[in-house]
Design a protein around this ligand. Sequence first.
Ligand code: ADP
Length: 164
Amino acid sequence: MRVGLYPGTFDPITLGHRDIIKRAAGLVDRLVIGVAINRDKGPLFSLEERVSMIEAETKDLMTETGIEIVAHPFENLLIDCAHDVGAQIIVRGLRAVADFEYEYQMVGMNRAMDPSIETVFLMADAQYQAVASKLVKEIARLGGDVSKFVAPDVEKALKAKLSN
Ligand code: ADP
């Protein structure tokens, strides 16, 4: 059984993430979405909120792909998280050249720690390639329309959070 681990902060999950999840589901038998606690990044949404948004936004993808997709919070090293969930593959999304440099280093370090785990990179559909949680939050904070970048329930959650 091929298990993939797609790690990130998902603060919040965007249509870009969803597109990567859908593509990744075509490559593995079980997909674990590793939700990094990431206290340092000062996430807007709590870990519980991020996990429940991921669960809600991936429910239909489970039916569509027939693959089990589960959200798994983690605070330890990515490679240890991969061992914990039995993943042989780490999935990452690539947007622009800026992502590449960081990802390149991560692969190198993770490979040194466990050469048996392979990292694969996927690109989202053209319409979602530039979508980033950070920018979505900025746009929402300034009252802009984020409906092209996140699902309707995530948009609602952003509005509710930012009006507090
Ligand atoms: P991180 O904090 O690790 O950047 P994110 O939650 O921002 O985590 O993203 C998780 C993963 O999803 C990363 O590999 C990131 O590059 C990828 N990703 C996010 N948005 C997109 C997108 N629009 N297209 C492709 N990959 C994406």
